[in-house]
Design a protein around this ligand. Structure first.
Ligand code: PLP
Length: 294
């Protein structure tokens, strides 16, 4: 896929059922002007989003992404998106993606200041080539996220479990990781527990058990992690959610950062301590993640 484009969506209310929503979509070239200067997503990062992996024209795990978009919208007091309408917009964009890997982003913004409705659109673009990363792995450093595990419940206005457009902190963490000679980061809570990466979930392996930090409001529940857990459980492994102290990182037999577009990136070192990589299992996991998944 070479083309980049967007479908602007005229959002209809969540429970309005139609057979065909295509008259609510307008296709625009990615370079064409499409947003008002009063748009609150650009002024304040006030909105929510999703990034969906597309493989050979098939958008992966659309329903879990739409469910998380709706969850994020609720946390942000945004109108809940109409799942049928968004699903059709995603299908229409995915059909145009062609062969290879692409990424579809869903964006639901508070809209234009004083405007009547939210602004909604999906974008489609080629994905970066992550084949080497999936094979060779990534070095990560741990970074303090600055809040404790109780913060999400104590201060819901921090929107910690929502995938909001305010990713400046996440991007700053990646730059800090690069400054420290690493490729990526693992956030730690201020009380010393493992959270997630700036754009991915963390999965650790201890023997035949795979574990990820419990998404108890403070972190996102990853769609890739959920899908990978289905696969691992089918393969007979034990999978679970835990409160994971940072000291457990050094004990892991293997570790991955997993996300919708990069898929499973094996971790080769955490804070300069080497982590073993199971190349065979990682290749199998990525083959599964690249297969059509709904
Ligand atoms: N955590 C954060 C902060 C993310 O930004 C992402 C993905 O963008 C994830 C976890 C992984 O989510 P998913 O597997 O649905 O891509």
């Amino acid at each position: 896929m070479n083309r980049r484009f967007a479908l602007m969506i005229d959002p209809v209310v969540a429970d309005e059922v139609r057979d065909d929503y295509s008259d609510t979509f307008t296709t625009v070239d990615a370079a064409a002007p499409a947003l008002s200067v009063g748009e609150l997503s650009t002024q304040r990062g006030d909105g929510v989003f999703e990034s969906i992996g597309v493989v050979d024209g098939h958008a992966q795990e659309v329903v879990p992404h739409l469910e998380r978009l709706a969850h994020s919208a609720r946390l942000c007091d945004l109108p809940v998106p109409n799942a049928h309408q968004w699903h059709q917009a995603i299908d229409s964009a995915a059909e145009q993606c062609g062969e290879g890997e692409a990424v579809i982003k869903l964006i639901l913004s508070r809209g234009v200041e004083h405007g009547p409705t939210p602004t909604a659109w999906v974008t489609a673009a080629p994905a970066a080539d992550f084949r080497a990363v999936r094979e060779n792995g990534i070095r990560v450093v741990t970074l303090d996220r600055g809040y404790d595990l109780g913060a999400a419940e104590r201060a819901p206005w921090l929107l910690l479990g929502a995938k909001t457009l305010s990713y400046a902190v996440n991007m700053a963490a990646l730059r800090e990781a690069h400054r420290r000679g690493a490729d990526d980061a693992i956030f730690l809570s201020s009380d010393g527990f493992v959270l997630e990466a700036p754009t991915a979930s963390l999965i650790l392996r201890f023997g035949n058990r795979f574990v990820t930090p419990a998404p108890n409001g403070g972190i996102l529940h990853g769609t890739t992690q959920l899908s990978m857990y289905d696969h691992l459980a089918d393969r007979g492994f034990e999978v679970g959610y835990d409160r994971i102290p940072a000291s457990d990182l050094a004990r892991a037999d293997a570790a991955w950062l997993v996300s919708s577009v990069r898929l499973a990136a094996p971790i080769t070192a955490i804070d300069d301590v080497d982590v073993a990589v199971d190349h065979t299992l990682t290749a199998e996991l990525n083959a599964y993640l690249l297969s059509p998944r709904d």
